[in-house]
Write a protein that binds this ligand. Structure first.
Ligand SMILES: [Zn+2]
Length: 177
C-alpha cells in the first residue's frame, strides 16, 4: 500500500528514466537520483576519473601503446646507428668486455698464438711481447674499419677472424714486419 506522500516523490532514474517503483530504491549521487545500474556505472566512472585525472595512473592498454611506440622508436634508432655513429676509441674501450665475448678483440689465446709465432721466428720474449701489442693495436684499427663496413655481429665476427688469419699468414711468410 503506497502512502499519499510517496506518490509525490519521483521514482524514476535521472539518467535512464527507469522507474524503480520505490523512491528509496534510487541512489542519491552528485545531486541526482539514479537506478542501481546507473549508480554503479557512475561510481565506476568517478573512480576512473580519480585514477586517471587526479592520481594520473595510466591504463595498462595506454602504457602498452606507449611502450610499443618507444620500442619502435628505439628500433628505428638502432637501424640508423651504424650510419651516423662512428665509434671512437673511448666507446670501443667501454664496450670492450661485451665485444671481446663476441671475439672482436684478440683474446689471450690469440695473443699467445702470435707470441709463439714470433718466438719461432727467432725473436726474444720481450721483443715478441712488444710486437704482439703492436699487432693487437693494428687488429683494433681493422676492427674499427670493419665496424663501419659490416652491419651484423655475425659478419663482423667472421670478418675479424679472416683478418686475424690473414695477419697470422703474413707473419708466417715474413710479409708483416
Ligand atoms: Zn538508470
Amino acid at each position: 500500500m503506497e502512502s499519499k506522500y510517496s506518490h509525490t516523490l519521483k521514482t524514476t532514474c535521472d539518467k535512464c528514466d527507469k522507474d524503480v517503483r520505490r523512491f528509496k530504491f534510487l541512489k542519491k549521487m552528485n545531486g541526482g537520483r539514479f537506478c542501481k545500474k546507473c549508480a554503479s556505472k557512475k561510481r565506476l566512472e568517478h573512480r576512473e576519473f580519480l585514477k586517471r585525472e587526479v592520481c594520473h595512473i595510466k591504463k595498462r592498454k595506454d602504457m602498452e601503446k606507449e611502450w610499443e611506440k618507444k620500442r619502435k622508436e628505439k628500433e628505428k634508432w638502432i637501424k640508423l646507428m651504424p650510419k651516423i655513429e662512428k665509434p671512437d676509441i673511448k666507446s670501443v674501450r667501454i664496450n670492450k668486455v661485451k665485444i671481446s665475448s663476441l671475439g672482436l678483440f684478440i683474446t689471450k689465446i690469440e695473443r699467445f698464438v702470435l707470441y709463439k709465432k714470433l718466438i719461432g721466428k727467432g725473436l726474444d720474449g720481450r721483443t715478441a711481447k712488444e710486437r704482439v701489442t703492436k699487432l693487437c693495436n693494428q687488429m683494433e684499427l681493422i676492427t674499427d674499419k670493419l665496424r663501419n663496413e659490416v652491419k651484423t655481429k655475425e659478419e663482423l665476427d667472421k670478418r675479424f677472424r679472416e683478418e686475424f688469419g690473414k695477419m697470422c699468414m703474413e707473419l708466417e711468410s715474413g710479409e708483416l714486419r
